[in-house]
Design a binder for this molecule. Structure first.
Ligand code: EPZ
Length: 418
C-alpha cells in the first residue's frame, strides 16, 4: 500500500484542470451493457473506480480499450449476467450493472453490496423499484437474483432520493413493455448525463424536475460520435476549498459552475474572492476565513461529497461553525483524523461543531473513504510541518492524479510505499 507525505504550510498558486466525473462515467459505462454495440467516450477520468467498472464489464464479456481518458468498449459478446462478490465488494457503484443486465437479459445476479466507511449502504429502494416495474428478486447466499416476472414498466415513488437508485431504475426500464414513471428522483447532474447519453442512442427519457418518465423502445441506435463525460463537480469543489486555505490562489478550469451554485455560495461566505467565467473559476483565499453553518442535502443543495473538504477549511475559520450531515448516517470518520492536527471539533449525532483555530500542526492520519481522504489532504496542506496520510488507495478511487495536480501548484507532496 502507499501513503502520501505532505510538507504543509506553503501557499499554492496556479491552474488546476478538472477531470471527467466519476459519478457520471460509472452509470454511463454500465449502460453499455444494455444493448450489444460499440461505444466511444472521451473525458473519462483515469481512476480506480472506472477501471473496476471496466474490469466488471470485461468479466461479463465486453472488450475495451482505455487510454488518454478515452474509452472504446464493445458489448456485443457480453454474455454473463452475474456481478461477482470480489468486484462488488470493492465498489458499491457496481450495483449500477444490475439495472443494465435486467434490460439485456431479463435477469441479473449481483453480490449484495456491502456497507462502507460512510455507513450502511442499503439497496431497498432499488429492490422496491425493480419490483414495482415487474422484476422479482430473491436473496441467495449473499447474492441478489432478479428476474423479470411479466410486463416490464409501471410507477415507482422513491421514499428517499437515491442517485444510483434513480439510475438503476432508468437502466432497467428503457426497453421495457410499457411506460415507467419514477417520482422523487435524484436531481444530480450525473443522472442527467446518463439520461442525455441514453437519449443520444434513441431512448425516450423525459425529466420534469423530480419526475422521470421512460417510454420504452425496442432497441438502441448505433452511436454516431464519441460521448463526452461531464466535468467532476466534486473534484472541482475539492480544489475550490483548497483555494480558500491561507495564502492560496487557484484557477480551476474545465468546470461547469452551474452545478456548483451552493458550493460557490459557501466559498464567498468563507470570504474568498471569486472570479467566474463560463469554464473556469478563479479563487483567492481570504485573509481571515469566515465561520459557516451548513447542512448537506441532495442536489441542488450542499453536497455530502464535499462535507469533509469544507470541514478542512472551517477548522481554520474565525469563530464557530457547524456542519449537519443529512444524507449519510456516519460520514464524520475524518473528524478523529483532523483532531490529530489540532482541529477543535465536537460531534453529536449528525452535527459537527467546529471551533476555528490557528496553527494546525502536521500528523500521521488514516484515509477511510474517498472524500474524507480529500479532506485530510487539504488539512495537511495547510498544517505546518510534515503529515502522512495512509491507505491512499481510497483517494485514487476517485481523484485522477491528485498528487501531480497539487505539485503543479506548488504543493510539497509525494507518494511513497507504506
Ligand atoms: C451516490 O451514491 C454517489 N455515488 C455518492 O458518491 C454520493 O455520496 C451519494 O450518491 C449521495 O449523493 C455514485 O453516484 C456512484 P444514494 P448512492 O443512494 O447512489 C439512502 C463518492 O464519493 N438509501 O443517493 O449509493 C442511503 O443510505 C460517492 O463519489 C436508502 O436508504 O447514494 C443514503 O443515506 C460516495 N436506500 C441516501 O439514501 C436505498 O436503496 C442517499 O444514498 C438507497 C439509498
Amino acid at each position: 500500500m502507499e501513503k502520501i507525505v505532505i510538507e504543509g504550510g506553503f501557499p499554492l498558486k496556479g491552474k488546476v484542470s478538472i477531470s471527467g466525473s466519476k459519478n457520471s462515467a460509472l452509470p454511463i459505462l454500465a449502460a453499455t451493457a444494455i444493448f450489444p454495440g460499440s461505444y466511444k467516450f472521451t473525458n473519462v477520468p483515469d481512476i480506480q473506480d472506472v477501471r473496476t467498472m471496466l474490469e466488471l464489464l470485461k468479466i461479463l464479456g465486453s472488450r475495451y480499450t482505455f487510454k488518454n481518458n478515452k474509452v472504446e468498449i464493445t458489448s456485443t459478446k457480453l454474455s454473463k449476467h452475474e456481478a461477482p462478490y470480489d468486484l462488488v465488494k470493492t465498489m458499491r457503484a457496481s450495483v449500477l450493472i444490475w439495472g443494465a443486465l435486467l434490460t439485456r437479459f431479463n435477469k441479473a445476479k449481483i453480490s449484495f453490496p456491502g456497507g462502507c466507511a460512510i455507513g450502511d449502504r442499503p439497496v431497498d429502494q432499488h429492490l422496491e423499484g425493480f419490483e414495482s416495474i415487474g422484476y422479482e428478486t430473491n436473496i441467495n447466499q449473499g447474492y441478489l437474483e432478479s428476474v423479470s416476472a411479466g410486463e416490464i414498466g409501471g410507477k415507482f415513488n422513491f421514499k428517499i432520493k437515491s442517485v444510483t437508485g434513480t439510475e438503476n431504475l432508468i437502466l432497467a426500464s428503457i426497453m421495457g413493455d410499457k411506460e415507467t414513471t419514477l417520482t422523487n428522483c435524484s436531481l444530480e447532474p450525473e443522472v442527467d448525463d446518463l439520461i442525455k447519453f441514453l437519449n443520444s442512442l434513441g431512448a425516450t427519457i423525459k425529466r420534469v424536475k423530480e419526475k422521470v418518465t421512460i417510454t420504452p423502445v425496442l432497441k438502441l441506435k448505433k452511436q454516431t460520435k464519441a460521448y463526452k463525460i461531464i466535468p467532476d463537480r466534486i473534484e472541482a469543489g475539492t480544489f475550490m476549498y483548497l483555494a480558500c486555505l491561507p495564502k492560496n490562489e487557484l484557477t480551476i478550469t474545465n468546470v461547469d459552475a452551474s452545478t456548483l451554485i451552493d458550493v460557490i455560495k459557501t466559498v464567498k461566505q468563507l470570504g474568498a474572492k471569486v472570479k467566474q467565467t463560463k469554464k473556469s473559476i478563479k479563487i483567492t483565499a481570504p485573509n481571515k476565513i469566515g465561520a459557516l453553518k451548513v447542512e448537506t442535502n441532495p442536489y441542488p443543495y450542499f453536497p455530502t461529497d464535499l462535507q469533509a473538504q469544507l470541514m478542512a477549511v472551517l477548522i481554520l475559520g474565525e469563530g464557530s461553525s457547524s456542519i449537519r450531515e443529512n444524507v449519510f448516517p456516519n460520514r464524520f470518520i475524518h473528524v478523529a483524523e483532523l483532531r490529530k492536527l489540532g482541529a477543535k471539533i465536537k460531534l453529536s449525532s449528525n452535527l459537527a461543531k467546529i471551533q476555528g483555530t490557528k496553527g494546525l500542526a502536521g500528523a500521521k492520519m488514516q484515509a477511510s473513504d474517498l472524500r474524507a481522504s480529500a479532506g485530510l489532504v487539504l488539512a495537511a496542506l495547510s498544517a505546518v510541518g510534515q503529515s502522512e496520510i495512509f491507505r491512499i488507495y481510497h483517494l485514487d478511487r476517485g481523484y485522477e492524479g491528485i498528487d501531480n495536480k497539487l505539485r503543479e501548484v506548488g504543493a510539497k507532496i509525494c507518494r511513497v510505499k507504506e
